[in-house]
Design a protein around this ligand. Structure first.
Ligand SMILES: Cc1cc2nc3c(=O)[nH]c(=O)nc-3n(C[C@H](O)[C@H](O)[C@H](O)COP(=O)(O)OP(=O)(O)OC[C@H]3O[C@@H](n4cnc5c(N)ncnc54)[C@H](O)[C@@H]3O)c2cc1C
Length: 453
């Protein structure tokens, strides 16, 4: 049995919580999107929550946990989709949300404490003329540390790629589980071992990300007679380098009725495109939409919408929010995460959309990967069984569609096209030789040192 009472005594001057309801709540994320993960993860809880305010407190917590062989699972906003912050072996949940201060912007690179909410960080940067290149659709609840360690794709991907694109993640300060725990300052490619490793390769205490000049984004909703036309328009918009854009998503006609706040604007049976464009791009956007038979049905100031808790910025219908919007009304669905081929993207899309149309509702996000344009698909899938999900995955893969499986727990199984180059396993062996950081999430890892206290 881990010595939690001893930990509590040693760390008494740090914020600790062990209320059972809170432990249960904070040990969860959005893994329940997947009925497969729900079965595996329901009931897994930490034994103590520690909420450090400084790097020194992080190091003291790690030192005390290391001495007692207590596992440590880091948590930001707890919005991950695959149980990334669910502690599989109990122990301490390290809540990073008290370390949330922006530090400085130097040469267009912001340095910030890792527990900062992305919306707060973006607004802070925006006041100085900058904005984040990328954010998840959970921008209003997720932390920057959680985005680097557990996400990395989303709004902005249409122009900037993902967090794995060279240059999008500048560096981090990382607390290790070595003997004794210490702080590493990693920059450039040297920071790859902590990029999307679910907190298994260190605790991110500070993050540096490059910014882009702030824009007055406008959310625009455009309807089309059918999904094919909507998709053609979306890809042409993505290729239109003269129209500055932050996102462009396409939804088949089954989905808009689930979008509270937009549903009334979208006539039944129409496909929908949601995009964010600069005011200077609006004329060109509307001309392009009209050429494809599209009609603008709603528009709003995107930045004002995200500042107002009563309003929904359109990105909260996009990315992994699409599935959530459906789940609010229909708990019988789940989802997939796919990357379409770069060549003949629309042919591959139609080859899977049409035969599965009764059980899969198509949702696409236009993206860049390595300078090339394609679409990520996050379709909503009617849940029947695990076997059926794997049949669908196999059918998609036959058409050259890559799958980042959201129904698995480990980095290796779930990542597919989402890994950065570098020896993440070797790095973990060095910084966490006892395997105490989020154990069970890096499949190929075996601790080089024995865990006996
Ligand atoms: C509705 C919905 C929409 C979403 N949309 C997107 C999207 O558009 N793009 C996207 O990429 N993801 C998306 N996600 C997933 C998730 O919201 C994001 O990845 C988000 O950035 C995670 O941040 P968080 O602070 O909530 O991290 P958490 O869920 O708290 O943690 C995520 C992982 O990172 C680790 N971690 C957290 N903080 C640290 C730290 N300081 N040091 C080391 N490890 C740490 C955790 O241990 C965990 O493994 C979505 C999820 C939901 C439920």
């Amino acid at each position: 049995m881990p010595d939690i009472a001893g930990l509590r005594d040693e760390l008494a001057d740090i914020e600790l919580q062990d209320d059972r309801a809170l432990l249960k709540l904070k040990s969860r994320d959005f893994y329940w999107y997947s009925p497969i993960l729900k079965k595996q993860l329901d009931g897994k809880t930490a034994e103590l929550i520690a909420r450090p305010r400084t790097e020194d407190e992080v190091l003291r917590i790690l030192t005390a946990c290391r001495a007692r062989r207590v596992p440590v699972t880091v948590r930001g906003g707890g919005t991950g989709n695959y149980g990334q912050c669910v502690p599989l072996e109990g122990g301490v949940l390290l809540d990073m949300t008290a370390m949330a201060a922006p530090i400085a912007i130097v040469d267009g690179v912001v340095e910030v404490e890792a527990g900062a909410k992305m919306i707060d960080l973006d607004l802070w940067c925006r006041d100085q003329g900058w904005e984040l290149k990328l954010w998840p659709s959970t921008k209003r609840t997720a932390t920057i540390g959680g985005f680097v360690a557990g996400g990395g794709a989303g709004v902005g991907g249409i122009s900037h790629g993902t967090m794995r694109e060279r240059g999008n993640f500048h560096g981090a300060r990382v607390a290790t589980m070595q003997d004794p725990p210490r702080i590493l300052d990693l920059e450039g490619q040297a920071a790859n071992p902590v990029n999307r490793t679910y907190g298994t390769t260190g605790v991110l205490t500070r993050i540096k990300v490059p910014l882009t000049p702030a824009q007055a984004w406008r959310d625009v909703a455009i309807v089309f007679d059918d999904f094919t036309r909507a998709s053609r328009f979306a890809l042409e918009l993505t290729h239109s380098d003269g129209i500055p854009k932050k996102m462009c998503a396409v939804f088949d006609s089954q989905l808009p009725p689930f979008f509270k706040g937009l549903a009334d604007a979208v006539p039944a049976g129409k496909a929908l495109v949601l995009c964010a464009i600069t005011p200077a791009g609006m004329t060109a956007l509307k001309e392009l939409a009209a050429e494809h038979g599209g009609r603008v049905v709603a528009e709003q100031d995107a930045v004002a919408a995200e500042r107002d808790p009563e309003l929904t910025p359109f990105y909260e219908y996009c990315w992994n929010h699409t599935t959530l919007q459906v789940l609010k009304k229909d708990r019988g669905v789940t989802y997939l995460q796919c990357r379409m081929p770069f060549e003949d993207t629309l042919a591959a899309l139609e080859a899977v959309r049409i035969p599965f149309r009764d059980e899969i509702w198509m949702h696409m996000e236009c993206v860049r990967f390595g300078g090339r344009i394609t679409m990520s698909a996050l379709p909503v899938v009617r849940w029947t069984s695990a076997e059926r999900i794997y049949e669908i995955i196999a059918a998609f893969e036959k058409h050259g569609i890559g799958i980042a499986n959201p129904h698995v727990l480990t980095i290796e199984e779930g990542s597919n096209y989402r890994r950065v180059p570098g020896d993440q396993l070797g790095f973990k062996q060095n910084v966490d030789p006892l395997g105490l950081l989020n154990p069970g999430k890096m499949r190929d890892f075996t601790p080089p040192e024995t865990a006996a206290a």
